[in-house]
Design a binder for this molecule. Structure first.
Ligand code: PHE
Length: 498
């Protein structure tokens, strides 16, 4: 326990870089641009900004503020509120652990693609355009017929996964100080890379058409409910909240540093990166559709399909510097993934375990990284993608949102939003008013539960997720497991008091 307690506070600059690094991740590239396109183009920015103000920023202030006040990670924060609430801190910690097991696998694919881009392994020119999808599904993943068929292990992916976990271990095993320094470097490179990719994209023929899809405003969508669901769910995901990690980062904020300002800067930097990434994505999509004479509905513009199929199509068709663009793109994906992955590992579950059991940092980090790597092997099988998808739905959607709602209710009503506000205002230049209490007590939990019920239960109960039939029950089983483990960890006594 003493080891984390002695850990230095981060300089304001390093903390901001670490927080921005955790927020900026794969979702900024493959989710935000697509949502903007699908929900009214530039008009989407209105609910997005409103969502940031009423939901995202207050929620981040809450996590930073409570970590800073209690000098603890999530389980310790909730234990400090009352022993019976400790599970509410383990719930997000275990979710963070679950996410990291597969998030690193997606990074491993990106790393494989850094190599594949050098030789344009899926083919050049139009042959490459046709070859990109089979290359991903049949060559890299060798995807099986369904979640019930795991098949064999894909060793190239395992090798990339091992490199990824080694990188994570070497960044976290010395603690917050090194994390801050590495985050600064990683983020600076990521920003340079995204700017280079935007320039490469917008100078391609047909880019204008793509950007028109991305941003042409359609204000009529604002009347519907869907756009609010989309904006709120993206905000919850992109700010890396609900994973417990920001409580831990909050504890590394120096005593006299600014909490509300840090939350504001982090959220704005995250949104700017996502907005910029949209230019790289949609200019490339515009180029592909023009060059191949196809429509936007013929290409994947979000998720894995965008990163590992559509973008490679663009790369193989680029008139110049295709390979280089590929290397830079996948390197950027790996790096923005990395700063989210070590956040999830260190702040998400390693510090909570060090706190609870008094284990040393090196041992906990080594053990945590090894276990995550071993669990990750499941996703490296031929049927791994199906499992990745289901676990993603469980933890990156349900437990993230439900955990956030529980946290804001307990902190807002049991601990007291006003008490938290008083602490924040003591340390922050930008003061939050009494409106903050109502955002924490009502708006944040209601907003998050709206997303869970409207975009989750309503659709998943009617049609099993992704049509995996009964396999989709795995979602509910997994959630129950996460919850049960949270209670179990709360129950393990003794070691915590050492
Ligand atoms: N914020 C990350 C992204 O946008 C995803 C993430 C969510 C990472 C939750 C950690 C925790 O990709």
């Amino acid at each position: 326990m003493a080891e984390v307690k002695r850990e230095k506070f981060l300089s304001r600059r390093h903390l901001i870089f670490a927080a921005i690094g955790s927020a900026i991740g794969l979702g900024n590239v493959w989710r935000f641009p697509y949502m903007t396109y699908a929900y009214g183009g530039a008009a989407f920015l209105i609910p997005y900004i409103i969502g940031l103000i009423v939901l995202g920023i207050p929620w981040m202030i809450l996590e930073f503020g409570m970590g800073h006040k209690m000098l603890k990670a999530a389980p310790g924060v909730f234990e400090g509120i009352g022993k019976k609430w400790e599970w509410a801190g383990w719930f997000p910690s275990i979710s963070a652990f679950c996410i990291d097991t597969y998030y690193a696998v997606i990074m491993a694919w990106a790393l494989v693609y850094v190599g594949s881009s050098v030789t344009l392994a899926w083919g050049a020119g139009e042959a490459g355009a046709a070859g990109a999808s089979p290359y991903f599904f049949n060559t890299v993943l060798q995807l099986s017929s369904g979640p019930g068929v795991l098949g064999s292990i894909r060793w190239p992916v395992v090798a990339a996964l091992a490199i990824t976990w080694l990188a994570i271990f070497f960044i976290i095993f010395k603690g917050a100080e090194l994390i801050g320094k590495v985050s600064q470097v990683v983020m600076c490179i990521a920003w340079v890379l995204i700017i280079v990719l935007v320039i490469r994209g917008v100078t391609l023929a047909g880019a204008g058409g793509g950007l028109n899809w991305y941003l042409a405003p359609d204000l009529s969508v604002l009347k519907g409910v869907d756009v609010w669901f989309a904006a709120f769910s993206q905000i919850a995901f992109t700010l890396s909240l609900g994973m417990g990690g920001m409580f831990t980062y909050g504890r590394f904020i120096a005593k006299k540093s600014d909490i509300s300002n840090t939350a504001l800067v982090t959220s704005l930097a995250d949104a700017s990166f996502a907005f910029l990434a949209g230019f790289a994505v949609f200019s490339t999509v515009g180029y592909i559709t023009q060059a191949l004479g196809i429509g936007i509905s013929d290409v994947a513009i979000s998720g894995l399909g965008l990163a590992f199929v559509t973008y490679p199509v663009g790369i193989s068709m680029m008139p110049a510097a295709g390979s280089l663009t590929g290397v830079l793109f996948f390197l950027m994906m790996w790096m923005i993934g990395l700063s989210s992955a070590y956040f999830l590992a260190y702040a998400g579950f390693i510090v909570p375990f060090m706190d609870k059991f008094g284990w040393s940092r090196t041992k906990t980090a080594a053990g945590g990284c090894t276990i995550c790597f071993l669990i990750g092997l499941v996703y490296c099988t031929q049927g791994g993608l199906y499992w990745l998808d289901m676990v993603d739905r469980t933890v990156c959607f349900y437990t993230l949102l439900i955990g956030g709602a529980i946290a804001s209710i307990i902190i807002g009503w049991v601990y007291g939003a006003a008490k938290l506000r008083a602490h924040i205002n003591e340390t922050s230049e930008f003061k939050v008013g009494p409106w903050f209490d109502w955002l924490i007590k009502i708006v944040v939990p209601v907003g998050l539960l709206f997303v869970v019920i409207y975009g989750g239960f309503r659709t998943d109960i009617a049609t099993p997720y992704e049509g995996y039939g009964s396999w989709a029950n795995a979602i509910w089983i997994l959630m129950a497991v996460v919850l049960a483990l949270s209670f179990a960890l709360q129950g393990i006594k003794g070691a915590s008091s050492k």
